[in-house]
Design a protein around this ligand. Structure first.
Ligand code: BG6
Ligand code: MG
Length: 216
């Protein structure tokens, strides 16, 4: 089995349990606009930037808004979201993540974060993982949202590895596509029905050992 040189982790829904908080905040905005919005619709927003998420919600309602109005909505969404995540602690790290990070370290596999979220630094600090990664690329540092591979390519480049030497861990369709578009191997974390394009899919990182890298 050949081991990767590095793993690049998505943040929301892979390292931390922020998916419900994003959903609650977007639901409040959609309700305000009378746009029907449920958890299935929310699946389409996972991994994509804040502005693109707002555009997708408007499209679901067949609406158009100016850039200034979009900013007003996204600012309001973020205020609701930040209020929820500001209460996060180490307990909000998803099951198996800490052991998985330890296992990678023991096998000399570097770790990075590749997230669309501009709140990445706040979240990693809140859960005590701000010093745990070789590099962190977040939504403040990229121009193109997933499924563009920019965020992962930047992470690999900063660590000095080729995409083919890195494995991406993702819970979002857009993120799996971003990994594949960048020529990375990808482990989906979630439902096989949703993440079927990934090279492998696990329900979560609980009890995931080094064997995950075989036949990737
Ligand atoms: C991604 C989330 O990680 O970050 C998306 O999956 C979110 O749901 C995106 O829209 C941007 O996040 P933020 O924190 O910058 O609004
Ligand atoms: Mg995610």
């Amino acid at each position: 089995m050949s081991l990767p040189k590095a793993c690049i982790f998505d943040l929301d829904g892979v390292i931390v349990d922020t998916v419900p908080a994003h959903y609650i905040a977007w639901k409040a905005i959609a309700d305000e606009l009378d746009i029907p919005f449920n958890e299935e619709n929310n699946e389409q927003l996972k991994g994509v930037s804040r502005t693109e998420s707002m555009r997708r919600i408007l499209a679901m309602g067949g609406m158009e808004k100016s850039d200034a109005e979009i900013t007003t909505f996204t600012d309001r969404k973020n205020a609701i979201y930040v209020d929820i995540i500001s209460k996060m602690t180490r307990d909000d790290i998803l099951p198996g993540v800490l052991d998985f990070l330890e296992m990678l370290k023991a096998n000399n596999i570097a770790v990075a974060v590749g997230s669309s979220s501009k709140n990445t630094p706040t979240i990693l600090k809140a859960v005590g993982l701000d010093q745990a990664f070789a590099t962190i690329v977040d939504g403040n540092q990229v121009t193109h949202s997933k499924p563009d591979p920019e965020v992962f390519l930047k992470g690999a480049d900063r660590m000095g590895f080729a995409p083919t030497e890195c494995v991406v861990l993702e819970d979002a369709i857009s993120g799996v596509e971003a990994a594949l578009n960048g020529n990375f191997k990808c482990i989906g974390v979630g439902e096989p029905d949703v993440l079927g394009k990934a090279h492998k899919v696990v329900p979560n990182l609980k009890n995931v050992d080094i064997e995950i890298f075989s036949d990737l």
